[in-house]
Design a protein around this ligand. Structure first.
Ligand code: ARG
Length: 474
């Protein structure tokens, strides 16, 4: 069929899915709907998926072995060109899947035109994205392990140092600095655990689901599962091609990890202020002010805290993207990628600076020692010593409360009160009770599992060392 003016309709050449269209796509639509500007990041996964698919098709007699060999060879050639920055992209070819397929066809003709046998871009993109996420999860897990190692190394360097722990941001009880640092290892361990759990549900093969209903051709999905290292095969083609739960889960795990990083950043920003003066951040990780010559600012920590906002927002964006979708693939799903990529990139970038920052930070031991007996951090220790001698907890609490009030009015520490002053508040006062006073003693008297007692902290350090292996290089 030709146009009235005798020219050939362009649609047949321009559209990858040719046939039914009589008109080419409007240029504005091409621009609006393209995804190649961002889904080109799936290129490696797309090629891996296509090679596995081609080998399977040959195994099932849908391609000859020679055809599968030629496809594999050319796909690797295309991969090389993409890596070398020699591959040409154009919005007219919509997405990375069409780009790679059309490059294949341009070089192999009819053989290339067979690669899309028993495949739809719906199950293709779902497969690519899962492969991409699986790789990202493994990198993030590695980055988190590095960060844990940095915290562990810091804890080992600061063995024995006692610092105040805060609740409500008020001085609460003394703890070993190492105990405080290892608290972060716990949080990141849970994040890694969540990543591993998310990986299990990500690691399911959609390819073979087709567009929505599967295929009438004799394909072998187990072959592809095995080749791509997936743990399972999507059991329902409607769900397989459209499930994005794994994307939401990953975005959430990333958001929660970023929240942990943000809390850490906030704490260290505070601890490194002149007012607190606990921490000395590495100068290489601080920045100056364009107007105030004296400023040494913790911008890296502020940006870690600030970037958590987008990771949190991305979870919301993905949930809203999915909430109105009827079963199976809808083009809306194309919007999942930039959001997810942003979350992954954000966490990866944050981890990249967090670990070396931790490795380069130290405590200001003198400054901490100068104020450690301020704030009656040993009050709870004294209360528990009274309880150990048989005083009911509520009575012991009140007694120590009155002693703290007395010390406060006199502007001294509990340990500075005279025996007569103690005896006036507690008739049974005796010398061993003094052993509960002072920040270091309060720490040493701790005994419960998971407490800040030196034995508990030594056990934690040994446990982490065993789990995390060798020390990180600063
Ligand atoms: N670029 C699309 C996406 O990211 C690929 C799948 C398109 N499928 C379709 N039937 N239009 O979701």
């Amino acid at each position: 069929m030709s146009h009235a003016d005798g020219s050939q309709p362009q649609a047949r050449q321009e559209k990858a899915w040719g046939g039914v269209f009589r008109e080419p796509t409007d240029k504005r639509v091409e621009l609006f709907s393209e995804s190649v500007s961002f889904d080109r990041r799936l290129a490696d996964d797309d090629i891996d998926g296509s090679i596995a698919h081609a080998r399977m098709l040959a195994d099932c007699g849908l391609l000859t072995v020679q055809e599968a060999d030629a496809i594999t060879h050319v796909l690797e050639e295309i991969r090389g060109e993409i890596h070398a920055g020699r591959f040409e992209y154009s919005v007219s070819k919509e997405d990375i899947h069409l780009h790679i397929e059309s490059a294949l066809t341009a070089r192999l003709g009819d053989t290339g035109r067979k690669i899309h046998t028993a495949r739809s871009r719906n199950d293709q993109v779902a497969t690519d994205l899962r492969l991409f996420c699986r790789r990202a999860i493994d990198r993030l897990d590695h980055g988190l392990a590095e960060l844990q190692r940095a915290f562990l190394g810091f804890a080992e360097r600061e063995a024995g140092l006692v610092i105040p722990a805060y609740t409500h941001l008020r001085r609460a009880q003394p703890v070993l600095a190492a105990h405080q640092l290892l608290a972060w290892c716990e949080k990141f361990a849970r994040d890694r655990d969540r990543l591993a759990d998310c990986r299990r549900r990500t690691n399911v093969l959609p390819l073979g689901s087709g567009a929505v209903a599967g295929s009438s051709l004799p394909i072998d999905r187990e072959h592809v599962r095995e080749a791509l290292g997936f743990g399972a095969i999507a059991a329902n083609s409607l769900d397989g091609a459209s499930d994005r739960d794994f994307a939401v889960e990953l975005a959430f795990v990333i958001a929660l990890t970023m929240v942990h990083l943000s809390q850490w950043a906030e704490e260290w920003i505070l601890y490194s202020t002149q007012e607190f003066g606990f921490l000395k951040l590495p100068e290489t990780f601080c920045t100056g002010s364009s107007i105030m010559p004296q400023k040494i600012n913790p911008d890296v920590l502020e940006l870690v805290r600030g970037k958590s906002a987008r990771a949190i927002g991305n979870v919301q964006a993905l949930l809203v993207l999915l909430k109105g979708l009827p079963t199976a693939y809808n083009r809306d799903l194309q919007e999942d990628k930039e959001t997810l990529f942003d979350s992954i990139d954000t966490l990866e970038a944050a981890l990249g600076v967090a670990a070396p920052l931790v490795a380069g930070t130290s405590f200001d031991r003198e400054r901490i020692a100068a104020t450690i007996e301020k704030g009656h951090l040993d009050a709870t220790s004294l209360m528990e010593a009274l309880i150990a001698q048989g005083v009911p907890q509520r009575t012991a609490h009140e007694t120590v409360g009155r002693l703290v009030r007395l010390a406060m009015t006199r502007g001294v520490a509990l340990a500075d009160l005279a025996d007569e002053e103690f005896s006036r508040e507690y008739a049974g006062w005796n010398a061993p009770l003094r052993g509960a006073l002072g920040a270091s003693r309060a720490v040493e008297r701790m005994a419960s599992f998971g407490s800040t007692s030196p034995a508990s902290v030594a056990e934690q350090i040994a446990g982490w060392r065993q789990r995390l292996g060798a020390a990180a290089t600063p």
